[in-house]
Design a protein around this ligand. Sequence first.
Ligand code: GDP
Length: 297
Amino acid sequence: MFENLSERLGGVFDRLTKQGALTDADVATALREVRVALLEADVSLPVARDFVAAVQERATGQAVTKSVTPGQQVVKIVHDELVRVLTGDDEPEALKIDNPPSAVLMVGLQGSGKTTTTAKLAKRLKDKNGKRILMASLDTNRPAAMEQLQILGTQIGVDTLPIVKGETAVQIARRAKQQATLGGYDVYMLDTAGRLHIDEVLMGEVQAVRDIAQPRETLLVVDGLTGQDAVNVATEFDGKVGITGVVLTRMDGDGRGGAALSMRAVTGKPIRFVGLGEKLDALETFEAGRVAGRILG
Ligand code: GDP
């Protein structure tokens, strides 16, 4: 992940480390290159601008140019700032699934990896947290998507709500809640219908489902390869249904990483997990330090 940004910044810092003592002009040049690298990684302009300004302020404050190893010092400042932007100063939060049956609402556009991520997260909660999970697909427009969740459930040993033809999303949500309560499940996960674009019908449906389930977590699944678009989708979903966190998928691809950097700064919502492949265990908790390390290479 992040190859391009990593290589780009790597090049900048290679030159910095080789030069020995730096002048103010050297630092300014390096920061300009950092800014270009961020923009090329599809980080939004205000975020890139703020990032460079913060690094510059700290670099000046710490008298980097007089340091024996100015390049490494700048690298450290950039690393710390990356972590700060990626996490928004907060400790990573655990999912709030402490009140059985807790609902987890999965939202996002079609093709973002929502159904796969629902199954990945269910598997993780079962294997790592010992939770009893019930999954339900609300994608009444696409029977294939409902069947897909059922197949995934069988693969990972997680129950799915039986499919009843002709039900609306709201009816399915109600049935899932009832079954989760009666069946003694810890968590029920609702895989909502995706659309190709955000539309009012979709949002209305998600809002109605949300009102019934009153989810402890509403996780937006977005394709990490879509950069700034992912951030725009997150802003829209948050405004319409309110999200508690983001899962960035396809972070195993050669994406440019901009979505991760802008997401927290623009939406104020934490990235909870990253998807790192098609396999059902390819889901990791988001760790800013590791991501920052990868960005820097
Ligand atoms: P949905 O329409 O949002 O429910 O999307 P799906 O869950 O059906 O996923 C669409 C495709 O993306 C499938 O082929 C998944 O295997 C794939 N996919 C999902 N998450 C990831 C990921 O993190 N990395 C990669 N490489 N592929 C993923």
